[in-house]
Design a protein around this ligand. Sequence first.
Ligand code: HEM
Length: 473
Amino acid sequence: MAETARMRSSTRLSSTGMAAPSTKTVAPGRLPVLGHAIPLRRRPLEFLAALPAHGDLVEIRLGPQRAYLACHPELVRHVLLDPRTYDKGGPLFDKVRPLVGNGLFTSAWAEHRLQRRLVQPAFHSSRTASYAAVMCEEIDAVLGSWQEGRAIDLGATLHALTVRVTTRTLFSTTIGGRAVADVQQCLPIILRGIYRRMTAPVGLLERVPTPENRRFEQARTRLRAVIDETVQGCRLSGADNGDLLSILVGAQDEESGERFTDEEIRDQVMTLLIAGTETTASVLAWTFHLLSRHPEVEQQLQDEADRILDGRLPAFADLPALDYARRVVTETLRLYPPAWLLSRIVTVETELCGQKLKPGTAVLFSPYVLGRDPDSFSDPDRFDPDRWLPERASSVPRGAMVPFGAGSRKCVGDTFGLAEAILALAAVSTRWQLRPVPGTTIRPKPEAALGTGPLRMLPEPRRFGAGSGGTNP
Ligand code: HEM
């Protein structure tokens, strides 16, 4: 392995067993005026993944602005566990807030604490069994629609699946039956439009009334109306329909007695729809892609599914036993974390790794870069689900595996997303194996989530019991 700046200058061991963070530097290849804007835009994953070799905290220039990528797991933990100093905010959030509202994901520290207290109960473990029942129904419907030898666009299929699951768990069928179809139609248009607006260097093109911009505005107006109607329906019914929305509508803070207004509920619903769909769909897409390239892992998954499920579809109660499926999803999250780059903004003058940071400075971290760092993971490019066996996982430095973030801003839907992914994986493993359509090349697409791009797959039926000792077709 090449000697890195980090290895050269850090000899003191930290509590994680790694060398303590100590080196800071400027990323190489800076151009006058543009700084590192070109490689960051053209090949962000390659550019970012090369930076830990240069230091623990690496300065990047985006035009005249300085941002810092925290490459050392301890620095990342430090940032995540101090959400007052390293808050959500900055130009990117200023662009996103008018589009998605000031919900849990985008709100700043001061508003976030109350919001989180009100939303958290919707994700309490006591609700998960009923959400899982919706997941299983929807997964069953998808699998029932597959036909041997008929290629599917797996990315689109998984996206439609997660949209239906999130919408149906947000809005029970009694009040939100129609909303599901509307959300399914509007959300992909909105997600695409938000990503374009987030990454556009200037905000002018989005104001031109092109057909695409008109579609975006129409979809946004429609979705807002659908959410508002459903919230009204929920308020009028006054009952707990067992869905997420009932919790949001009924939520009252014990400390202050505060409740969400209708507009705040709309912001939270938009947030959950956006944060909860593409993320889970993309981790599932990567999982099936990796399985099609790793038959030995696929075989073990099928063995587990046969042993635990005995030919039936999985249910909520099976989740604790689906150990290998959980390790496969975790390993996929290490290699292809949907949230591949995240940012914080410094709110008061502070120091990180010996670098003075002024208020307004952006600090970035990348679960993708952290997950591939050879200082944290041996043979990091290898897809090895068993690295998450308890005896091996205990040696992973804290802060190195943060696909759901950490601290008070940690993903509120982590158990929900994991349950959905594990149930879908186990269900497919009982009935089907997916093979890539010949000629398909997959490259990571780092957009709002780290996607696979078009993923055409051929479903092949499995014969039950084909795994250990059975007859594999
Ligand atoms: C595998 C799937 C998922 C992944 C990888 C993921 C990843 C993340 C990450 C990394 C964050 C923290 C962002 C930061 O620190 O800046 C986050 C936050 C969040 N996620 Fe997820 N997420 C997933 C699924 C879900 C689901 C299913 C939902 C809801 C149904 C959801 C809702 C949210 C919300 C509301 C936040 C903001 C939390 C806060 O700031 O309090 N996510 N997610």
